[in-house]
Design a protein. Structure first.
Length: 673
C-alpha cells in the first residue's frame, strides 16, 4: 500500500511540474529568429510612440535608478558581484556606482553601469552623477537603440531575444520586482527607473550589448541601415559582393547572408529572408555565387529589403503594435497575434495570393522541373522602391526594358559602378524583361487573384537547418540537398496553427518575451498583468486565466468553432492545475530564504495528516525588502490548511522535483510529542 501511495504521489508531482512548465511556456514568448524590421524595429517604434505620448503628458524622465537581473546557470556563471547582490533569489537588482557587472558577447563584454558615473577614487566625485541624467530622446536601427540622456548616451544592441516595456511605478514595484525571474518568465536586461515609469529592456537570456559614451558619435558604429542610409547600405553590399566574387565560396545564399561577418545584412533573420527573397523573385535554393554573379538579382534583393523595411516604418505601429497596447504595455491577444499573418507573404503560410502573371510564371517553372524556368519575379512588389531608387531599374531589367517601362537610366551608384568595373552589366538577369508590360499589374490588389501553394524545405544534413518557405518547389536538379516537409510536420509549423492550437510562439513583433497578458474582468473591462504569477492578480482572475489556458491546451476553444463544455474529467484535472499552481505561485513569491515546512505524516502520500493542526501552512506576502514598504506595512500572515494536492506540490520537493523550478526549499520537521 505504501509503495502504491508513493507511486501515485510521484505521478501527481510529475503532472504538477508539467503543468507549471507548460504554463510558463505561454509567458516565455520567444522570438527565436530575431529579424530586421517587422521583428526588431518594433522596439524603436514602441519606444518612440510611448515616449512621445508620455512626454506630452509632462512626464518626468530624470533617471533615478538602474536595475538588472543577475545571471543564473542557464545564462552563464554569475560574477562575484552578482553573488553579493544575492542573485540567487532571482529578483531584480538595484545597481549602484560600485557595480562592475558586464554584458555582451564573449570577449567583448561591456559594463551596464556608466563608467562616467563611477568615482575615480575614494572621496572623489564621479565625472557624471546618475541623477543628472534625463532621457531626452532616442534613435534606432534594425539591431540597436541609442538613448539620449543629455550628458551621456547609451547604445543597447539587442543581440538575440529582447523587447522593451514602459511599466508604471505600481507595475514595477508591486509586480516585476516581487516575482523571481523563473516564475516571471523573462529577465530584466537593463531597466531605467524614472519618477512615474520604468523603461525596461526585457530579455530571455541576458545577452545584449550596452555601451555608454559622452556623445552619440562616440558610440560604436553600426552598419548602414537599409532605410535610413540606402547609399551606405549599397556600398556595404558592393563590398560584400566583390568579396564573394573574388572567393570560391559556394554555400547557400540564404545562409551566407544571414551569417555574414560583414553584417551588411545585419538583422535579416530566417523569416525576413524568406519574405524578401519572395518579393525579389530570388530562388531560395541558389548558391551565393549564383546570386552575386547576377546584377539583376543583387539589385532586386536590395530594393526588396528597402521596401520591406519601408512598410514596417510606415505601417507597423498603426496596424500591429498600437492595437496591442494596453496602458502603454504591449499585451497582444491571441486574435491580434493571429492577424499578424496578414503581413506575411510566404513564411508559415499554406497559400498566398499572387497576380495572374506571377501565377503563370509559377506554372512555367513547375513544368520545367529540372532547372526551373527563370526567376519568379513580380515587380509590383517593388513598385515604391523602384520609384524611390530608379537608378537600380537598369540593373533589374536592363537599360532598354527599363526605359520602355518608364524608368530613367541610372548609373553612378555603388552597385552599377561595381558591375561596370567588372564588365558584368550584361550578365544573365534570370528574368524576361519583355514579359512585363508595366511595373504594377492590373490585378495587383484584386481579391480574386490566384491562390498558390507555399512549400517548406530544410537543408539535408544540416543539424541546425532553418525553415525555408518558398512559392515554388525546388527543381529536381537541387532536390537532393533539400527535404520537402509535408503532412503533420508541416502543419505544426504553420503560423496559424502555432498561434491557434498551441501555447508556443510564432514569429513577429508580437511574439517576444515580456509581453503583458490581457484579462477581461467580470465587468468586461480589459485588465493587463505584466508577469506570470503577478501578485496584483486576484485569486479569481488568476483562476480564470488558468482556465483559459487549459481550454486552449485541450482544444475546447477552437477558433471558428462553438465552445465545447468541460466534462467532469476536464473539471477534475483543471482543479488540480489550479490547486498546484496557486501553491507554487505563492511559494515562488516568497523567495528562497523561506522554508516550506511540513510534518512527517505528509510524506506518507495519504490523507492521515489532514486533521492535524501541524499541517497548517502559513501563506502570505514575503517580507523581502524589495517589496514596496517595509515589513511592518505588510498585512498579517494567515494560516491556511492545505489540501492533499497542495501538500504534495510542496512535500515532494524532497525529491527535487518542484523546488528547482522556483528556488523553493522544502524542509521536514517532526511532529511535536
Amino acid at each position: 500500500m505504501e509503495d502504491r501511495a508513493r507511486e501515485a504521489a510521484l505521478q501527481r508531482a510529475t503532472f504538477i511540474v508539467e503543468t507549471i512548465e507548460w504554463v510558463a511556456t505561454g509567458f516565455e514568448s520567444v522570438q527565436f529568429n530575431p529579424t530586421v524590421e517587422h521583428g526588431l524595429t518594433h522596439l524603436y517604434s514602441t519606444l518612440q510612440h510611448v515616449f512621445s505620448k508620455l512626454t506630452a503628458e509632462n512626464t518626468n524622465f530624470r533617471l533615478l535608478n538602474l536595475w538588472a537581473d543577475a545571471k543564473d546557470g542557464k545564462e552563464g556563471k554569475p560574477s562575484d558581484e552578482e553573488r553579493k547582490y544575492h542573485a540567487t533569489d532571482g529578483k531584480v537588482m538595484c545597481l549602484n556606482s560600485s557595480c562592475s557587472i558586464k554584458r555582451g558577447t564573449n570577449g567583448r563584454q561591456t559594463p551596464i553601469w556608466p563608467p562616467q558615473c563611477k568615482p575615480k577614487g575614494k572621496g572623489v566625485m564621479p565625472e557624471v552623477v546618475l541623477s543628472s541624467l534625463e532621457l531626452k530622446g532616442a534613435q534606432g536601427t534594425a539591431r540597436t537603440i541609442h538613448l539620449d540622456f543629455g550628458v551621456l548616451w547609451i547604445s543597447i544592441a539587442y543581440l538575440t531575444h529582447m523587447s522593451l516595456q514602459f511599466y508604471t511605478k505600481n507595475m514595477w514595484y508591486n509586480s516585476v520586482l516581487t516575482v523571481p525571474k523563473k516564475l516571471r518568465g523573462f529577465r530584466v536586461g537593463l531597466a531605467f527607473e524614472f519618477e512615474a515609469h520604468t523603461l525596461a529592456f526585457v530579455t530571455l537570456d541576458n545577452v545584449f550589448q550596452p555601451n555608454w559614451a559622452v556623445s552619440c558619435d562616440k558610440l560604436p558604429p553600426t552598419p548602414s541601415d537599409v532605410y535610413a542610409d540606402f547609399h551606405g547600405f549599397l556600398c556595404g553590399v558592393s563590398s560584400f559582393v566583390e568579396g564573394i566574387l573574388d572567393s570560391r565560396k559556394a554555400s547557400l545564399a540564404a545562409d551566407c547572408m544571414r551569417t555574414s561577418t560583414t553584417r551588411v545584412f545585419f538583422g535579416m533573420g530566417v523569416y525576413t529572408l524568406c519574405e524578401v527573397f519572395f518579393m525579389a523573385g530570388i530562388p531560395i535554393h541558389i548558391s551565393i555565387q549564383e546570386f552575386c554573379q547576377s546584377p539583376s538579382r543583387v539589385a532586386r534583393l536590395c530594393l526588396a529589403l528597402w521596401e520591406y523595411t519601408r512598410k514596417s516604418h510606415d505601417n507597423l505601429w498603426s496596424d500591429v503594435l498600437k492595437p496591442a497596447m494596453v496602458d502603454n504595455i504591449l499585451a497582444p491577444t491571441r486574435r491580434q497575434r493571429e492577424q499578424y499573418s496578414d503581413w506575411l507573404m510566404v513564411y508559415g503560410k499554406t497559400r498566398t495570393l499572387v497576380p495572374r502573371r506571377m501565377a503563370e510564371l509559377i506554372v512555367k517553372h513547375e513544368t520545367n522541373d529540372v532547372n526551373g524556368e527563370g526567376d519568379i519575379f513580380e515587380p509590383g512588389y517593388l513598385n515604391i522602391a523602384l520609384r524611390k531608387h530608379p537608378y537600380l531599374g537598369s540593373l533589374v531589367f536592363g537599360e532598354s526594358a527599363w526605359t520602355r517601362l518608364g524608368g530613367s537610366v541610372g548609373g553612378g551608384d555603388p552597385l552599377s559602378s561595381l558591375f561596370s568595373k567588372r564588365n558584368m552589366l550584361d550578365a544573365k538577369s534570370h528574368i524576361n524583361p519583355e514579359y512585363y508590360e508595366s511595373i504594377v499589374p492590373y490585378d495587383f490588389m484584386d481579391k480574386t487573384r490566384p491562390r498558390k501553394q507555399i512549400y517548406l524545405y530544410y537543408q539535408v544534413h544540416k543539424t541546425c537547418g532553418k525553415q525555408l518557405w518558398t512559392i515554388t518547389k525546388i527543381p529536381s536538379s537541387h532536390a537532393e540537398t533539400f527535404d520537402l516537409i509535408t503532412g503533420m510536420e508541416r502543419e505544426t509549423r504553420l503560423f496559424s496553427n502555432i498561434v491557434k492550437k498551441s501555447a508556443s510562439v510564432a514569429i513577429g513583433p508580437l511574439e517576444y518575451c515580456g509581453n503583458g497578458r490581457i484579462m477581461m474582468t467580470t465587468h468586461q473591462k480589459k485588465r493587463v498583468f505584466v508577469v506570470q504569477g503577478d501578485p496584483s492578480l486576484s485569486d479569481t482572475d488568476f483562476k480564470r486565466y488558468i482556465r483559459g489556458i487549459y481550454r486552449i491546451k485541450n482544444h475546447l476553444d477552437e477558433p471558428g468553432q462553438p465552445k465545447t463544455g468541460m466534462s467532469r474529467e476536464h473539471q477534475t484535472e483543471l482543479n488540480k492545475w489550479i490547486t498546484s499552481l496557486e501553491v507554487v505561485r505563492r511559494c515562488g513569491l516568497s523567495g528562497p530564504e523561506r522554508d516550506m515546512e511540513e510534518t512527517e505524516d505528509t510524506f506518507k502520500g495519504s490523507d492521515e495528516a489532514t486533521n492535524d493542526d501541524d499541517d497548517e501552512q502559513t501563506v502570505g506576502p514575503s517580507s523581502d525588502d524589495t517589496l514596496v514598504g517595509n515589513e511592518d506595512d505588510q498585512p498579517p500572515m494567515k494560516k491556511r490548511r492545505l489540501s492533499t494536492d497542495a501538500r504534495l506540490s510542496l512535500t515532494l520537493g524532497k525529491e527535487n522535483i518542484i523546488p528547482a523550478l522556483f528556488g523553493i526549499r522544502v524542509t521536514r520537521r517532526s511532529k511535536k510529542p
